[in-house]
Ligand binder design. Structure first.
Ligand code: NAD
Length: 357
């Protein structure tokens, strides 16, 4: 990897500690001098949010959260923030909840304190997303980067194992894709590799016992590193493909990442020897693909897009939409026929090694 690069580090405070979210949030509200806090959490996340916000005054509780942030949902949250004269947004929940807080921050310019409860990683990026009709738009704006992230891994103990695995593999995909994304550099690669190590260590512990706090801690730590690497390196081929599958075909976000990742890795790895060597070492396997396959088997990860509702007749459209967005620096040249083959393989869940042959 070249030692000539331009790296940007995003400024953000991170407070990490199991069982300490309420204490950390109260300290942050005090430090920021906020008087009118708006808490955002979905209905099912609200009980957690009330416990996290137990030591602060809340001006408004907002629970209308919808995956991929439909524009009308964002508009209602913006209006609620204005009506409450909010001066701080606190999000408690998964990537969908963080995403709604970002949509409000984007137009209102309010700071966010994010308390993530999945491994999606949105809390550590300056990327926002909004959906109008079936078109998902994303953008980059530093106004949406939470000023503080409060990680309390005990909040993830209730996250079901299946969602934990998919969400953790979404984080792993941030790490892998960072290694060949448009702004890949040695700093974000170092973060990504440590992220792979932490996720590879934490996720099997969660599958063995959902209540394993050490596994939850390692996975949350890995998820943070993965998101920092991703925010710094930008979206690579993997994210471009998954963005189309999620946006155009409404496939579930984390599960789609979990299924597609081995195929992108098998596709690129032979053409990206540095990434291959780093990932194989971090996964402690002879090759990166073998390491990822072993991990996915241990985690009983979702294996085929067909199981997520994707069908063969969607492949041509997916290729047409995704192809122009694939970064030109991708290590292997991507053609329509190669992308078609990749999606065919991911559709049915064949052995990813067949793609690199
Ligand atoms: P999600 O936020 O939709 O959460 C999945 C489910 O888990 C929901 O039903 C939620 O209520 C539940 N849940 C959350 N925390 C829980 C807990 N601790 N215990 C029990 N249940 C819990 O899914 P996600 O995968 O976290 O986020 C996906 C969204 O985030 C997508 O819209 C994606 O585009 C976005 N995202 C954005 C970025 C970015 O940088 N902007 C990065 C990653 C993901």
């Amino acid at each position: 990897m070249s030692l000539s690069f331009a790296h940007v580090t995003l400024a953000q405070r991170v407070l990490f500690g199991a069982g300490r979210a309420a204490e950390h949030l109260a300290a942050e509200v005090d430090r920021l001098g906020a008087q009118r806090v708006m808490v955002i959490a979905s209905e099912s996340e609200m009980e957690m949010a009330r416990a996290v916000a137990a030591r602060i005054e809340v001006a408004h509780w907002h629970d209308e959260v919808v995956m991929h942030v439909p524009v009308e949902v964002a508009e209602r949250a913006r209006a609620a923030a204005a009506a409450a004269a909010a001066d701080l947004l606190v999000s408690v929940g998964g990537g969908s909840t963080t995403g709604l807080a970002k949509a409000v921050a984007l137009t209102a310019g309010l700071p966010i304190v994010a308390v993530p409860t999945t491994y999606a990683g949105s809390e550590a990026t300056n990327v926002w997303g909004l959906t109008e009709a079936t078109r998902k738009t994303t953008g980059v704006d530093d106004r949406v980067l939470p000023v503080t992230v409060i990680y309390d891994p005990s909040l993830t103990l209730t996250l079901p194992v299946g969602i934990s695995v998919a969400s953790g593999l979404n984080a792993l995909a941030h790490c892998v894709d960072s290694l060949w994304a448009p702004r890949a550099d040695p700093i974000n690669a170092a973060l990504a590799v440590e992220g792979v190590r932490a996720l590879t260590s934490g996720l099997p512990r969660i599958v063995a016992a959902a209540s394993d706090l050490r596994g939850r801690e390692e996975t949350a730590y890995g998820a943070y590193l993965s998101a920092v690497a991703f925010a710094s390196a930008g979206s690579g081929i993997h994210h471009k493909i998954c963005h189309v599958l999620g946006g155009t075909f409404n496939l579930p976000h984390a599960e789609t990442h979990a299924v597609v990742l081995p195929y992108v890795l098998a596709f690129n790895a032979p053409y990206a020897p540095d990434a291959e060597a780093r990932l194989a070492a971090a996964l402690d396997a002879p090759t990166a693909v073998a390491g990822l396959e072993r991990l996915r088997a241990e985690l009983r990860a979702p294996r085929a897009l067909v199981d997520l509702g994707f069908t063969e007749d969607g492949i041509a459209t997916a290729v047409e939409v995704a192809l122009p967005s694939i970064p030109v620096n991708n290590p292997r040249r991507v053609t329509a026929s190669r992308l078609t083959a990749l999606l065919h393989a991911a559709l049915t869940g064949v052995d990813p090694a067949e793609l690199s042959a």
